[in-house]
Design a protein around this ligand. Sequence first.
Ligand SMILES: NC(=O)c1ccc[n+]([C@@H]2O[C@H](COP(=O)([O-])OP(=O)(O)OC[C@H]3O[C@@H](n4cnc5c(N)ncnc54)[C@H](OP(=O)(O)O)[C@@H]3O)[C@@H](O)[C@H]2O)c1
Length: 321
Amino acid sequence: MKALVCDSYGPTSILKIKDIKKPIPREKEVLVKIHCSAVNDYDWSMVRGKPNIYRLLFGIFKPKHPIPGMELSGVVEACGVGVTNFTGGDTVYGDISYYGFGSFAEYICINENALVKKPRNMSFEDAAALSHAANLAWQGLVDIGKIGQGMKVLINGAGGGVGSMGLQIAKTFNCTVTGVDTGEKLKMMEEIGFDQIIDYKQQDFTKNGEKYDLILDAKSTRAPKAYIRVLNPGGKYVTVGGELKRILQVVFAQKVRKKPVYLVPLDANKDLDKIQNLYDSGKIKPVIDGPYPLEKTPWAIQYFGEGKHHGKVIVSPLQYG
Ligand SMILES: NC(=O)c1ccc[n+]([C@@H]2O[C@H](COP(=O)([O-])OP(=O)(O)OC[C@H]3O[C@@H](n4cnc5c(N)ncnc54)[C@H](OP(=O)(O)O)[C@@H]3O)[C@@H](O)[C@H]2O)c1
């Protein structure tokens, strides 16, 4: 089978699609024929081994998981001993990061608990795009942010996967939503329905006099006090990711100084039932960039890393042969 193999850290230009042996499912594993996968921040960090601190997670000298990719949709082709949730032919999707990586390939063997059944009306592209970003956005806005009807919400890093899903989830609560991002994403953000758009290269939303009930951040770059300053009384700041230093400051400010700032610890796939309900009722639809053929995955990871993407970048081993 074909797979993107990353056996040493380096620039995306050294990544190669190789022919490797098709895996055989072990106990509790399913063999999935992958239809779509999505590019994530983890892939951009994993292939380059940067920032260095991530090597504690991905492997000190080289990646522990030689095939990147942490989201997928596809069809179960075979089941290992002890699999109870699926049978051959089931369509599935999920964020597999709790159980490993490896979705930039034609096939994967993965623990059955990494996956859920894909509803028939959900396309393979949408399923791959939803599992990680929509779940993070849900957990940030609903579980931790306690979003309420008609709140004034700001999403920072709004043009990416979490931001575009966060907007649509917030709109189901009739919130007024401001999005912060830059470049070509601003047009897409206007099209998908942000009420107000701020180009972070032109304006600092923490200094323009506006205040919010809830801030969801996909790219924390400031000290917590800057965000707290622009919260209405009772407001919350919730980050899903960003600069490590800022994330550590958020955790300290919450746990030690009892400030209303929070980090989302991802619970992979937990809220996909709610996401599916919103998808079924037409209330959310991921913004798809692609699909691009598996052969273009090194390019797609670079494209993502340079911030040229809109929403979720999808790659597929089925596209274009
Ligand atoms: N909490 C957890 O358990 C967990 C688990 C996995 C991943 N994560 C994190 O979750 C986040 C995923 O977000 P995502 O998939 O939506 O990423 P994404 O698609 O890369 O979107 C982030 C957006 O923020 C923009 N941006 C960059 N710098 C900015 C700035 N200073 N101000 C405002 N916007 C800025 C980016 O623009 P450019 O593309 O132009 O830079 C991009 O459009 C990542 O930070 C990831 O590390 C969290």
